[in-house]
Design a protein around this ligand. Structure first.
Ligand code: DOR
Ligand code: ZN
Length: 334
């Protein structure tokens, strides 16, 4: 096959940041994706109506003139029902971070129990709950330990849509089928790499992210679920740009920058495994059904022609920097 196309690809988990970084990275997603779920963990989190509207405006300005829908989120805190009622049409969901678990999450939640009234109101108002599901346990076990919390949430709020963000384990893949109201996103790096790629040889800071990449059997389970477009699984890149001096430093920031190359890599990966027919569901249709959204119509053409990934984009090093990919975006096709 030499040509391939995707209709309205969606990135259901994306970090765009603010200021200069936003200006640099937003157009890269907006060129090839039809929309994305925009994460709220800015240095000052997006946790008020004002912050939300302000940030949405900045994002819309940064993506111009591309056709791209930013699906906004709020940073989880104890919101009351009146507030949620007022903002519910302006957001796709609310993102919960356990306090201190990752970048800019210091004001996250300390105890799930105290958030019960907010979960009830979200369930009633049909606002999805997006979760960074890691405990503060041993780094390799954080996600599997969190499954017990997902179970409690899924049982206590059976009509609340719960999205396990950026899953990294076989346990999370298995858990998808246990409860009707449980869904998940998976990143590009987690279907490709294991901890060995990050720290098995020389340390590779640009592959370091939270949750950390796990074991080969975890990676394989995630890859199979993606390749078969498990109907409860969506692509969410978790593309998380950090300037080079924050990555190549003592105290490396967590995040892999994949937005500019994710689609080309996915086309190559699905082709290699003979699963190209499933990519449309994984990249867009599943998310449309799960969230009940209709993204802008946008057709992205790909051609089988080598593409050399830039070494740096602005101050950020993308995944596969300086490497050759087998597929490139060809949006000038007739
Ligand atoms: O690696 C990560 N980077 N994981 C997260 O949860 C947050 C993200 C970021 O914002 O940099
Ligand atoms: Zn994230």
């Amino acid at each position: 096959m030499q040509n391939f196309k995707l209709i309205s690809p969606l990135d259901m988990h994306l970090h765009l940041r603010e200021g200069e970084m936003l200006e640099t990275v937003a157009p890269l997603s907006a060129e090839t994706f039809a929309g994305a779920v925009i994460m709220p963990n800015l240095i000052t989190p997006v946790d008020s109506e004002n912050r939300l509207l302000e940030y949405e405006k900045a994002v819309r300005e940064a993506i111009r003139p591309h056709t791209f829908e930013p699906f906004m989120t709020l940073f989880f805190k104890k919101y009351d029902r009146d507030f949620l009622q007022r903002v519910k049409d302006k957001i796709i969901g609310i993102k919960l971070y356990p306090a201190g678990i990752t970048t800019n999450s210091e004001s996250g939640i300390k105890s799930i129990e105290e958030a019960a009234p907010t979960f009830s109101a979200m369930q009633e108002l049909k606002i999805p709950l997006l979760v960074h599901g890691e405990t503060d346990g041993f780094v390799m076990e954080r996600e599997s330990e969190f499954i017990a919390i997902y179970r409690k949430l899924a049982q206590t709020y059976p009509r609340l849509k719960i999205v396990m963000e950026h899953i990294t384990t076989q346990a999370a893949v298995d858990f998808l089928d246990r409860y009707e109201n449980i869904f998940a996103t998976v990143t590009l790096q987690h279907v490709l790499i294991t901890l060995d790629d990050v720290a098995g040889g020389l340390l590779r800071p640009h592959l370091f992210c939270k949750p950390i990449a796990k074991r080969p059997e975890d990676r394989d389970a995630l890859l199979q679920a993606a390749l078969h477009a498990h109907p409860k699984l969506m692509f969410g890149s978790d593309s998380a740009p950090h300037p080079i001096d924050k990555k190549e430093s003592c105290g490396c920031a967590a995040g892999v920058f994949t937005a500019p190359i994710a689609l080309q890599v996915l086309v190559g990966l699905f082709e290699k495994h003979g699963c190209l027919d499933n990519l449309q569901n994984f990249i867009s249709n599943n998310a449309q059904k799960i969230y009940g959204i209709v993204p802008p119509h946008k057709v992205i053409h790909f051609k089988k022609e080598n593409y050399t990934v830039p070494q740096k984009i602005g101050e950020v090093v993308p995944m596969f920097a300086s490497e050759e990919l087998a597929w490139s975006v060809d949006n000038f096709q007739h």
